[in-house]
Design a protein around this ligand. Structure first.
Ligand SMILES: Cn1cnc(CNC(=O)c2cc(-c3ccc(F)cc3)cc(O)c2O)c1
Ligand SMILES: [Mg+2]
Length: 214
C-alpha cells in the first residue's frame, strides 16, 4: 500500500522544514505543491491576502472550517496575538492525522485545537466544548456546498458578533454560488471580493471577505 499525497506532503515538511519555524513549513509546502504535487492548500498568493486580513482582525478566537493538511491553520495561528487560539474542524480523519503533525512541526500546536467531525454537528457544540462566546474570524475552506448552511448555523448559534469577519476560499474555483449570493445580498453582511488565482495555477479564483453587521 503506497503513501497518500498528504503523507508525502508531511514527509517533505519533516525532511525540509525547520522544526518550530512556521514560515519554513509554509515555504516547504508551497514548494512541494508548486514543483512536486499540486494540493488544495490556500497557497502563497491567496495566503498573503489571508495573512493581511488575519493581521487586520487580530483575532483572539478564530475558527477554520476545513483543515486539510494544516497549511492555512499554520498561516493563521502564526499571526495570532498571545493567548489567541484557532479552532479548526476537519471531517476526514486521514487529513486530520497529517494536519496534527504539520501543525506540531511548525511548533504552534498550543494555539490550535483540531477537532475531527462534521462541521454541521460540531458548530452547535462550540460553546459547550470550547467555551467559545463568539468568533472574531472564520475561514471557510471546506466542502463548498457547506459554506452557506454553516454560515447560517453560525448565525443561529449566536457565534458571530458585530464585526466578525468571514473569509471564504474558492468562491470562483470550484465556486460557492449560493454562499456568494447570500453574503452579497444579505443586509446582515458587508462583503468584498479579493481577486486572485487558484493555488499554484493561473486559473482565476478569489476570497470573499464578509463582515457580519449583527
Ligand atoms: C475532499 N475534500 C476535503 N476538503 C475539501 C474542501 N476543499 C476543496 O474541495 C477545494 C478544492 C479545490 C480544487 C480542487 C480541484 C480543482 F480542479 C480545483 C480546485 C481547491 C481548494 O482550495 C479547495 O479548498 C474537499
Ligand atoms: Mg480552498
Amino acid at each position: 500500500t503506497g503513501s497518500t499525497r498528504p503523507q508525502r506532503l508531511l514527509r517533505a515538511v519533516q525532511k525540509k522544514a525547520t522544526q518550530g519555524d512556521p514560515q519554513s513549513v509554509i515555504a516547504t509546502i508551497d514548494d512541494f505543491c508548486r514543483h512536486s504535487e499540486w494540493a488544495m492548500n490556500v497557497g502563497d498568493e491567496k495566503g498573503l491576502i489571508l495573512d493581511s486580513i488575519v493581521s487586520e482582525v487580530n483575532p483572539s478566537t478564530a475558527l477554520e472550517l476545513g483543515t486539510y493538511c494544516g497549511y492555512s491553520t499554520v498561516r493563521i495561528a502564526r499571526l495570532l496575538p498571545p493567548g489567541g487560539r484557532c479552532i479548526t474542524l476537519e471531517f476526514n480523519p486521514a487529513y486530520a492525522a497529517v494536519a496534527r503533525q504539520v501543525i506540531a512541526w511548525a511548533g504552534i500546536q498550543d494555539k490550535v485545537q483540531l477537532v475531527e467531525g462534521p462541521s454541521g454537528d460540531l458548530i452547535p457544540q462550540m460553546k459547550e466544548l470550547f467555551g467559545v462566546q463568539t468568533f472574531d474570524f472564520v475561514f471557510l475552506d471546506h466542502w463548498k456546498d457547506r459554506y452557506l448552511p454553516d454560515a447560517k448555523l453560525l448565525e443561529e448559534c449566536g457565534l458571530l458578533r458585530e464585526g466578525t469577519v468571514l473569509l471564504a476560499d474558492n468562491v470562483i474555483c470550484p465556486g460557492t454560488p449560493e454562499y456568494l449570493q447570500y453574503v452579497r445580498n444579505s443586509p446582515r453582511y458587508e462583503s468584498r471580493y479579493f481577486k486572485s488565482h487558484l493555488e499554484y495555477t493561473k486559473v482565476e479564483d478569489g476570497l470573499e471577505k464578509s463582515v457580519f453587521l449583527g
